[in-house]
Structures are given as C-alpha cells and as structure tokens.
Design a protein. Structure first.
Length: 110
C-alpha cells in the first residue's frame, strides 16, 4: 500500500512531484508486477480515517508513506475536517494504526 499525503498548505511551502514518486515505485517493482507477484494499492489525500477504513477491508505486506515529516519524528497527514491543513501523526501512532494488521515493512519517504 502506498499512502500519499500532501496537504495543500504543505505543498505550497514544500512541493513534491508525486507523479514522479509513483513512477519510481512502479518502475522499481515492474518485473514483479508483470509476474503477478505484487499488487500496488495507492491511496491519495491520506488522513487517519481513510487509513482505518482501508484496514477494515485489507491488509498489506508493505506500507510506503510518501509525503513530509517533521524533525520531531511526526508524519504530516491531511486533517480530517480541513484537508488543506496539516495534522501531525507520531511514528508511534502511525505504527499503532496497523496494530491488528501488521505489515512486514514500513517504508517512510518523508
């Protein structure tokens, strides 16, 4: 699962080329995708609620977060009420979101 979070306020001050990020993921995994060994699920505009809704239905071997973080060890998610605003999520809270469906690997590109 690829989680993409880039609130508008964050994007304005620190833009990312998300299309390029996704292309890089697909090109790195292309041989295994073609063999049917890997499926990629991408969720954009991530907030806490969207992650929990996904995990009600699915589990994943790898969780790849693409977005921004802070020096204090927080990931920047979109706020549930105001998606253009940031909501800081601690690494511990992020990990705990997956407590019932632990992936084998977390990859944080923040």
């Amino acid at each position: 699962m690829v989680l993409i979070s880039l609130p508008l306020d964050t994007y304005k001050s620190s833009p990312l080329d998300l299309l390029e990020e996704i292309k890089n993921i697909y090109s790195a995994l292309e041989p295994e995708i073609k063999k049917g060994n890997i499926e990629i699920y991408i969720e954009e505009k991530v907030n806490i609620n969207t992650v929990y809704k996904i995990l009600e239905k699915e589990s994943f071997d790898i969780v790849h977060f693409t977005g921004h973080g802070t020096e204090g060890g927080y990931l920047i998610f979109e706020d549930e009420r105001e998606p253009s605003k940031e909501k800081l999520i601690s690494i511990k809270d992020f990990r705990n979101m997956f407590i019932s469906k632990q992936p084998d690997l977390f990859f944080l590109d923040a």
